[in-house]
Design a protein around this ligand. Sequence first.
Ligand code: ADE
Ligand code: ZN
Length: 337
Amino acid sequence: MNSLETFIAGIPKAELHLHIEGTLEPELMFALAQRNRIPLRLKSVEEVRRAYQFHNLQSFLDIYYEGAAVLIQEQDFYDLAWAYFERAYKQNVRHAEIFFDPQTHTERGIAFETVIAGLQRAMEDAASKLNVSSKLILCFLRHLSAESAVRTLEEALPFKKWITAVGLDSSEVGHPPSKFARVFESARQEGLLAVAHAGEEGPPDYIWEALDILKVKRVDHGVRCLEDSRLVQRLAREKIPLTVCPLSNIKLRVFEKMEHHNLKMLLEAELTATVNSDDPAYFGGYVADNFLAAQKALDLSRDQIATLARNSFEGSFLSGEERKRYLDEISRYCAKP
Ligand code: ADE
Ligand code: ZN
């Protein structure tokens, strides 16, 4: 490893854009399929990996929802999340804010409680055994109806103490944030924070709607903001974090190749950009791999890597005191020769 690679591997990081269903590695998919006697269309780990050729967001989502069908029991959700924490820990992720898609499971007859109890138990173990803190973000699937989102929020309320925020994911184009105004308003009244995927494939207008209508504290992806200079000024002025996912953006052809990614331009525009893995089992890398791929292609400096790591804690939902503890850790890390 060269010195910048070592620096990236070791720097304390928070991950703010991570779909837990997107961490399902093919090996675990097969193990769970066997345990739950679920037949799989693809017959081997190699065949599954070969199928991961995507040409846009929808072509990925089709295969991602298919894979999630092996998750049935509370222990499956635990195993899924625990496997993520073990990998993240090895890459010096100190804090993770994790998305889960309850409707992907409740639509198949899995109880909301089964999903969240397994995730929560893994989060407690990550804190006690790995010293990795985490928070949970409930995402509504935007290709489903606004009424389905409202029902999902109702199902979630008995478990509110385990949920920090609501989010919005799945097929973006044709499903603007405004479709979910009512459920986000209800979530806000319940004291939940808000984030939303916007400006991944959808236009800058969707980012405006996420800010103005859903009142999001962070924008997931948001890379298309650079098409609108007024929007860039707003995001910079209000220090709205963008959870950027470089490898995902290349796999889903948001950018043709990493050299064309706008991460460096986002930093130069003084935006609070962060680096994240999105769906690492599908896109070929966890968070440090995303840092490294972006660094290499865009020639990011050591200072820019440190800024991205700092932004990940600044943009988190940690308390001021917790945030400061992690930021101090980064300062000590950067001061080392
Ligand atoms: N669900 C999982 N990954 C996603 C992404 N990158 N965009 C929208 N929905 C998703
Ligand atoms: Zn995502």
